[in-house]
Design a protein around this ligand. Structure first.
Ligand SMILES: Cc1cc2nc3c(=O)[nH]c(=O)nc-3n(C[C@H](O)[C@H](O)[C@H](O)COP(=O)(O)OP(=O)(O)OC[C@H]3O[C@@H](n4cnc5c(N)ncnc54)[C@H](O)[C@@H]3O)c2cc1C
Length: 408
């Protein structure tokens, strides 16, 4: 049978997180029942958040993945959890209108705060820490453009401090034309975060089945049936596809693309500026460089994206990208990060507006999918869990209109 969600090699090499503790999740080899309240396809951060939001002891949930849990993109994430969307508020306003763009940015900020609360309430040990963000001027936006961007954000009720070149130099010792410092960001170990959420869902009765693929789905009025690669047919009131960059084939769109990205972690205890302990950094450039402090005093750094859906599989590029990122970081900070201790590359989804697609398949009221997550993937997964959980509960989320599936 044709695959429902085109399988890719989602990442190459071993990300830093694969070696950390508390990332294993107890799974079953096959579903124990034939009917569930909700079936969540995909056990990455999106599936984990959706399952956690939906599972209750009286509402059996199945999470099912063709890999082991967290075996997809979630393990590759550098987990800068930002409210800042890749497309600046000023640019997004031109694309979708000021009011909608403001709502998207405000929703993002709220999602970071709600994710922080969730992690605290569930007591998930995943190094979740609130951070400020420093956005540096680059070849896409100079200091003046960042000034306008900061003003637009403040009008939307989002704190954003604009710094000129002297301000950036005085506070951070960096030579750039300007910057924006904003609150409401965080960083975490994405694998521990997703594993903790899956365990919380399991604590509420969710079953997690791994290495079984969903090969077909049929909406039959108020029930949905899915077929598995093991030849089983399972039924539920709702199915949610949280399949990351292996999205459902009918949802292919010109507005959504898979590109290639690279990420690196330095050796431990790199001598880094003190301010990096509470700021994550990115730049208004294309491609952009981003970095943050990781565990054991390592620098986590990434970027160098290429508009190719398979360049990340090319081993020869890895060394070139590592050298380029090292050079850029040294040019900016004067610090040589050395040869990376971890280097990995992966597929990465982008959309024209920087916003994800979170919706219900047309012609059904119970087959939902979440996709199109770019640089704000984790924040968007949180938003997806809120919108989908509301829909499953029979409510409409007031911002659902911002994330509708593209009409090609
Ligand atoms: C290098 C890199 C750096 C990133 N940095 C950041 C960052 O700093 N901040 C941020 O917020 N986001 C970042 N992202 C984005 C973020 O990591 C992703 O948005 C997020 O991990 C996607 O999670 P997911 O659960 O949707 O997908 P995945 O983790 O890929 O999970 C989807 C799962 O679905 C399963 N699946 C697919 N099809 C089927 C099927 N038919 N049947 C059964 N199972 C199926 C797959 O096996 C997979 O395990 C980064 C991504 C990459 C690659």
């Amino acid at each position: 049978m044709d695959e429902m969600t085109k399988q890719r090699t989602l990442r190459a090499s071993q990300p830093l997180w694969a070696e950390t503790a508390r990332i294993s999740v107890r799974t079953r080899g096959k579903p124990s029942r034939q009917t569930y309240h909700t079936i969540v396809v995909g056990a990455g951060i999106s599936g984990a958040l959706v399952a956690q939001a939906v599972a209750r002891p009286d509402r059996p949930v199945l999470v099912i993945d063709r890999r082991k849990p967290l075996g997809g993109s979630t393990m590759a994430s550098t987990a800068m959890i930002q409210h800042e969307i890749d497309i600046p508020l000023t640019a997004l306003s031109g694309m979708i209108g000021v009011a909608r763009a403001r709502r998207a940015w405000q929703r993002s900020a709220g999602a970071v705060l709600r994710l922080e609360r969730l992690v605290r309430d569930l007591d998930i040990a995943c190094s979740f820490e609130r951070r400020a963000t420093l956005l540096l001027a680059g070849d896409e936006m100079d200091g003046a453009a960042l000034g306008k961007e900061a003003a637009a954000r403040r009008k939307a009720g989002l704190a954003a401090e604009h710094l000129d070149a002297d301000g950036v130099d005085a506070r951070f010792g960096l030579k750039r034309d300007g910057g924006i410092v904003s609150d409401i960001s965080a960083s975490a170990n994405p694998a521990q975060l997703a594993a903790g959420l899956l365990r919380a869902a399991a604590g509420n009765g969710a079953e997690i089945v791994s290495e079984v693929e969903i090969t077909d789905v049929r909406s039959l009025g108020d029930r949905v049936a899915v077929a598995t690669s093991a030849g089983a047919l399972i039924e539920a009131a709702h199915v949610v596809f949280c399949t990351g960059y292996e999205f459902l084939k009918p949802l292919e769109s010109r507005r959504h693309a898979i590109v290639s990205t690279w990420a690196f972690a330095s050796r431990p205890k790199l001598a880094l500026p003190d301010w990096l302990a509470d700021h994550i950094v990115w730049e208004a450039s294309d491609p952009y460089l981003y970095f943050r402090l990781g565990p054991e005093g390592r620098l986590i750094i990434g970027g160098e994206d290429e508009e190719s859906s398979d360049a990340y599989l090319d081993e020869a590029r890895m060394a070139r990208k590592a050298a380029r990122v090292r050079e850029k970081f040294e040019a900016l900070t004067g610090i040589d990060m050395g040869r990376p201790a971890f280097a990995w590359s992966a597929a990465f989804g982008t959309t024209d507006t920087g916003l994800p697609f979170i919706d219900t398949l047309s012609g059904t009221n119970n087959v939902h999918a979440v996709m199109g997550f770019g640089g704000n993937g984790i924040t968007f997964s949180q938003i997806a869990s809120e919108i989908i959980a509301a829909r499953i509960d029979g409510h409409d989320d007031p911002d659902a209109d911002l994330f509708r599936f593209p009409t090609r």
